[in-house]
Write a protein that binds this ligand. Structure first.
Ligand SMILES: Cc1cc2nc3c(=O)[nH]c(=O)nc-3n(C[C@H](O)[C@H](O)[C@H](O)COP(=O)(O)OP(=O)(O)OC[C@H]3O[C@@H](n4cnc5c(N)ncnc54)[C@H](O)[C@@H]3O)c2cc1C
Ligand SMILES: NC(=O)c1ccc[n+]([C@@H]2O[C@H](COP(=O)([O-])OP(=O)(O)OC[C@H]3O[C@@H](n4cnc5c(N)ncnc54)[C@H](O)[C@@H]3O)[C@@H](O)[C@H]2O)c1
Length: 457
């Protein structure tokens, strides 16, 4: 074995949790190395959240421009260049990568670029551009993320489907984008490509979109997509794929339908990056789904080895990975934070956004919780009218016998921001009456919370 270099802290994979921990620990004077295959700053800023939201913004502008005459402005010969969209997306990413790099450099941790794999407990061999380096950590933190799952449908892999990675870098507009999977990525990118000018068909094998949400939410999400001309085929299991993505490709479904398109995007969930990296040699066990097995402190089955973020089965959001950093950092600094009972909000960045925090109706029912429910159509919120963004609704659950807010969901303009207002009330354990009776600036979307909570009986 090559000479072993030793560190206090070894971070394997530079995702949100890992890079944040590395910066903190290096600044605290520890000798820290981060092993990263090549994405400076991790998935979020390079190939996931940030480029997808940049592309979605371009799509919003295209959509608003097409609606310009509604607002009194004539816009003619509207055309979108996917090449220019890609360049803008790339420049947003490049700026964030540079910003991350500056933070890394300032902290003093060593970034080791290359593919890593465990060769023995707490020891990782990294194939760098200059040969193999072997690094050992007193404490090791795994933060390797996930990759797109390619379902076992005959012909699918051979069709060279694109994933979110390639979809966010396309320079030529697909004439017809087939999307396998109607989850977060399918809905967000499906709507965006439709707005940018492609025909889009989403093929989803579930009976409804967003099955974790209440049925009224699933139905409303479907309506939003269909209103814009996205073709959504539900209850539709692909049985065979023929052709090549980028040329001509088709999916045959169990009920005998054939969907034809120019490109095929797989957005059918994720698989953890735990294969072929020697986790067995490190004593790190996996759960039944292939994610790293961890306890509520994110400790793995190996002594002094933790796992954080998606690879540890944490909900697949950047802010959840960031909270994993807090859980782990607490153990290094003497805190007592765990992953138990975390309130993790989320937002689907279709337009209008869907955001949720806390429980929805089906979750409350499955926990036998008694609740009061209130709804408000976005149509009655004055700001939604001035914006001509009247689609959607707000919905909240309040405990039956106390005034505690159990959950909030919203499909509507600025839903993510409005949700944060309710989340603050929940974190502060404030009664719902605070949002019912508080003075909100007029006309804001959050002002709708007065009306929503006034509807709680
Ligand atoms: C298209 C898309 C859009 C998304 N949008 C959002 C959003 O809007 N909001 C949100 O909260 N979340 C979003 N997510 C989820 C979010 O990107 C992740 O949950 C988040 O990035 C956290 O990832 P992580 O910390 O687990 O690891 P990652 O950021 O995935 O980091 C893992 C790192 O490990 C490296 N690596 C893996 N294997 C090796 C190896 N063997 N050797 C060396 N390095 C290795 C990888 O290169 C990678 O940089 C989106 C995801 C996708 C795919
Ligand atoms: N806004 C955000 O925060 C955001 C955005 C994008 C992704 N993400 C994260 O990334 C994760 C992965 O996103 P995703 O969209 O790949 O997964 P997902 O789990 O959200 O959705 C996958 C969908 O594909 C369907 N599916 C699976 N196999 C199929 C098949 N063979 N045929 C047809 N449909 C099939 C599933 O029923 C499901 O609806 C999300 O769960 C989310 O946590 C978050």
């Amino acid at each position: 074995m090559a000479q072993v270099e030793t560190f206090d802290i070894l971070v394997f994979g530079g995702g949100k949790a890992g890079k944040t921990l590395a910066i903190e620990q290096a600044k605290a004077g520890k000798r820290v190395a981060v092993i990263e295959a090549g994405l400076i700053g991790g998935s979020c800023i390079n190939i996931a959240c940030i480029p997808s939201k940049a592309l979605i913004r371009s799509a919003e502008v295209a959509h608003a421009t097409r609606r310009a005459s509604e607002f009194g402005t004539q816009a003619e010969n509207i055309r979108t260049s996917l090449d220019l969209v890609r360049n803008r997306t790339a420049s947003v990413v490049a700026e964030m990568v540079a910003f991350n790099q500056t933070g890394f450099d300032a902290s003093g941790f060593e970034l080791v670029i290359g593919w890593g794999r465990f060769v023995s407990p707490k020891t990782i061999a990294v194939e760098t551009g200059n040969g193999v380096r072997t690094l050992m950590g007193d404490k090791v933190f795994i933060n390797l993320g996930t990759t797109a799952a390619v379902p076992d449908v005959p012909g699918l892999a051979a069709a060279d489907p694109i994933t979110h990675v390639e979809a966010l870098q396309l320079g030529d507009m697909p004439t017809h984008l087939l999307v396998l999977g109607g989850g977060y990525i399918g809905m967000e990118l499906g709507q965006a490509f439709r707005r940018l000018g492609a025909d889009v068909t989403i093929i989803e094998h579930g009976t409804r979109l967003a099955p974790r949400e209440d049925e009224d939410v699933s139905a409303a999400l479907l309506g939003v997509l269909q209103d814009e001309g996205v073709n959504v085929a539900l209850n539709c299991a692909g049985t065979a794929v023929a052709g090549k993505s980028g040329q001509a490709v088709s999916i045959t479904t169990a009920d005998g339908r054939i969907f034809e398109g120019s490109h095929l995007l797989v957005a059918a969930g994720r698989r953890p990056r735990t294969g072929g990296i020697g986790l067995d040699l490190a004593g790190v066990e996996l759960d039944g789904r292939g994610f790293v097995k961890v306890d509520n402190l994110l400790r793995t089955t190996a002594q002094d080895v933790w796992a954080m973020g998606e690879v540890a089965g944490t909900p697949m959001f950047t802010h959840a990975s960031l909270d994993d950093y807090r859980v782990v950092s607490g153990q290094l600094k003497g805190g007592d934070r765990t992953t138990d009972g975390r309130m993790i909000p989320y937002c689907v960045f279709i337009d209008p956004e869907f955001a949720r925090v806390g429980l929805n109706e089906s979750e409350a029912r499955s926990r036998n919780l008694e609740y009061r429910i209130a709804r408000l159509p976005m149509d009655v919120v004055p700001r939604a009218r001035t914006l001509s963004q009247r689609k959607g609704f707000m919905k909240t659950l309040v405990a039956k016998d106390t005034d505690r807010i159990l959950g909030f969901g919203m499909l509507g303009v600025n839903a993510g921001e409005v949700m944060s207002v309710v989340q603050m009330a929940m974190l502060g354990d404030l009664p719902f009456t605070v949002l019912r009776d508080g003075i909100f600036a007029h006309p804001t979307i959050s002002e709708g919370l007065n009306m929503l909570f006034a509807n709680v009986r």
